[in-house]
Design a binder for this molecule. Structure first.
Ligand SMILES: Cc1cc2nc3c(=O)[nH]c(=O)nc-3n(C[C@H](O)[C@H](O)[C@H](O)COP(=O)(O)OP(=O)(O)OC[C@H]3O[C@@H](n4cnc5c(N)ncnc54)[C@H](O)[C@@H]3O)c2cc1C
Ligand code: FES
Length: 330
């Protein structure tokens, strides 16, 4: 069957060809251009851009778009293919150029159980793998026919890849991780993926995480700590939310970085004397000068959407809010 080929042009003047059965995002990635993305399933909204000219076909439902955004010609590049030649307002992220997505075998090195519902898994790759990533990115783990995404908690200078994994009730991959996985098991990984990485380390930085959403933030902070060229001149603040106190399985212990670390519990016990509630509400109440920060939010989609709305209503420019939502896989 003949496929309808169309030209996609970005506002910066970059061009690539796309067919009507492949999303604009995938066609861009296949042409070595990298646009903002995370879930690739229409749920997180990170790949949102404005369609300036031309028309598109919806390949999968653009769940994350509001009616107002649809009416203002916004599209999700992971969900749409071009119907005609199009002009879009997407930016090519050159920081990710040269970082190749690879499929590699990986063996489980260690499994550490923090709580009944949270484990840390380290994976070792073949010595020749040369797996490069930017701290903050994620990878897919493939086990038999199941594929799930996990953020990398280690840095690119470490030999092993560390993942923090939360158990989901009746979860297919959770069943593997929590009841079957053992050291030396052979898996496959595909990555790195996503565009959640630190853009400008000279800005004041505000990180928001729920649960295992702390994983890419640990990676980003460790990278800053390791970076001999990085001198901290601005505040770094982490708000980490969890339901129960025992879910805070990490503490920042840095020699160079000065991190203001706020733990927020939504279902505390009587001994808890930290913050209570939801991190986005607490950050909004407590954080002076919020609009000057670059905000990096990771974890539950509900937290991310609520934080984005609250913070932008409070004056934070939308382009200072970066996110990686741990949405469900299909
Ligand atoms: C970009 C990205 C990065 C991710 N990084 C991590 C990570 O670092 N650590 C981590 O623990 N998880 C992460 N996730 C989530 C992970 O990929 C799986 O979705 C999750 O582990 C559940 O998989 P499962 O097979 O156990 O459950 P499934 O079999 O997919 O689902 C089982 C049940 O849980 C519910 N469910 C599944 N996933 C979610 C969800 N995300 N939110 C709410 N309900 C859900 C389903 O509705 C269903 O009822 C990430 C997801 C994305 C998209
Ligand atoms: S909605 Fe397109 S990447 Fe999430």
């Amino acid at each position: 069957m003949n496929k309808n080929k169309c030209k996609v042009t970005t506002i910066e003047g970059k061009e690539f060809e796309s067919v009507d059965s492949v999303s604009i995002l995938d066609s861009a990635l296949n042409s070595d251009l990298i646009f903002e993305y995370s879930c690739k399933t229409g749920q997180c909204g990170v790949c949102k851009t404005t369609l300036l000219e031309g028309g598109v076909i919806e390949l999968q439902s653009q769940v994350a778009l509001t009616d107002h955004q649809r009416k203002s010609n916004q599209i999700l590049t992971c969900c749409c293919a071009p119907k005609t030649d199009v002009l879009i307002d997407a930016e090519d992220l050159s920081a990710l150029h040269g970082i190749e997505t690879k499929t590699l075998p990986a063996r489980i090195n260690t499994i550490k159980k923090y709580t009944a519902d949270i484990i840390e898994v380290t994976l070792r790759l073949p010595p020749t793998a040369n797996f490069k990533f930017l701290e903050g990115q994620y990878l897919d783990v493939l086990q038999n026919s199941i594929r799930r995404s996990y953020s990398i908690a280690s840095t690119s200078s470490q030999k092993e890849i560390t993942l923090l994994i939360k158990r989901f009730e009746n979860g297919k991959m959770s069943e593997y991780w929590f009841n079957q996985a053992k050291e030396n098991d052979l898996l496959r990984i595909e990555g790195p993926k996503g565009t959640f990485f630190l853009r400008d380390n000279s800005k004041p930085l505000l990180f928001l995480a729920t649960g295992t959403g702390i994983a890419p933030i640990i990676s980003i902070l460790k990278r800053l700590e390791e970076d001999p060229d990085y001198e901290q001149s601005q505040p770094i603040i982490v708000y980490w939310g969890a339901r129960y106190p025992q879910e805070f399985i990490w503490q920042p212990e840095f020699k160079k970085l000065n991190v203001d670390f706020v733990q927020v519990c939504s279902k505390p016990n009587d001994d808890w004397n930290g913050e209570i509630g939801y991190i986005q509400d607490i950050a909004l109440q407590k954080q002076p000068g919020l609009v000057k920060f670059a905000v990096y939010a990771c974890g539950s989609n509900a937290m991310i959407q609520s934080a984005k709305q609250l913070f932008t209503e409070a004056g934070l420019p939308e382009n200072q809010f970066y996110s990686d939502a741990f949405v469900q896989s299909f």
